[in-house]
Design a protein around this ligand. Sequence first.
Ligand SMILES: Cc1ncc(COP(=O)(O)O)c(C=O)c1O
Length: 308
Amino acid sequence: MKKPSKWQRLFCQKTTTVGQLARYKGVNISIKRDDLNHKIIQGNKLRKLKYNIEYALKNNYTSIATFGGAWSNHVIATAAAAHLCHLSSIGFIRGHELKDNPHKWSQTLAQAQQYGMQLIFLSRLEYKKKYQAQSVKNHIAKLPSAPYLIPEGGSNQLAIKGVADIIVELNQQVNEPTHILTACGTGGTLAGLIDGVAKASWQTTVIGIPVLKGGEYLQQEIETLSTYHHKVKWQLYCAYHAGGYAKTSKVVLDFAKKFSHDTQIPLDRVYTSKSFYAAYDLIDRGEITPGSHLIILHTGGLQGGVTA
Ligand SMILES: Cc1ncc(COP(=O)(O)O)c(C=O)c1O
C-alpha cells in the first residue's frame, strides 16, 4: 500500500477533542478544540484546506494562489500547507503600499514568505476586483502553468465540505447539541456547519458571530455557500464586532483574559475572543436558555501566538 503523504498524515490522527466547561446559568457548554489541530494550518483553516489541497494534488497542479489581507490566517495557512505538499504558492495581498516596505509587513506576511509564498501586492481598488483584476490576470499569465485558485478566506465548496466533517466527528463524540456557535469572517465556516448539521439530520441551531461591522450581508453569502441553509435553523448575531474587523473593546478583551485564565484555553483577538464573548452574552440575555447544550467551535487563529 502507498505510504500516506505528509498532508494525508495530518488527517490520520484522531479527531480534535471536545472539552467540557463549567455549566453556565443552566447551559452545558462544550468546546470543539480545532485550535489544537495544527500549529500553523490551524482551526477552520485545516478543515477548509483539506479537500482543496487534495484536489490540487490529484489534478497535478504545481502551484496554489490565494487572496487575503496582511493579517490573514488563511494566507499563512495556505503558504504552510503548500510548503508541506511541495507546491509553490502565490498570495495576492491587499495593500500596494506594502510592496517596497517589507519592514511594515505583519508577522503573517513575513512567515508566509518564509514558507516560500510569493507575495504580490494589490492596491485596494484592484483588490476589490480581485479575481478580475488585470494585474492578477497578468501575473498568472506569466506563470509556467495555471495555479489552483483558492478564494479569499478559503471559502469554496470544497472548504464547506471540509468544515462539514466537524459535525461528522462531533456525531461520534457527543449527543446532538441544541446549539453550535462559530465566529464568521467570510461565512464559509458557518455554511459548512449548516451543511454538516443538515446531513446529520440534527435539529441543532447554528449560530454565527460576524467579527466585521455590518455582518448582515453575510446572510446572503451563506445562503449562496450552503446547500442546506433552508433546512436548518441558523442565525447571525451581528452586534459582537466590537468596532469592526481586527478592532476590539475593553469588555471583550477583559472577558477573553479572564476566560483564558480560568480555563487555560487561549483565545485570539480577531475571532474567538468575540465569538466566545458572544456565547456567554447570548446565555446572559436568555437567547440560549437553561437546559441547552451549546458547542462553541474554537476556530484557532493563534498561529502567530497572538492571544487576546
Ligand atoms: C480563527 C478564525 N476563526 C474564524 C474565521 C472565520 O471563518 P470564515 O471566513 O469561514 O467565516 C477565520 C477566518 O477567516 C479565522 O481565521
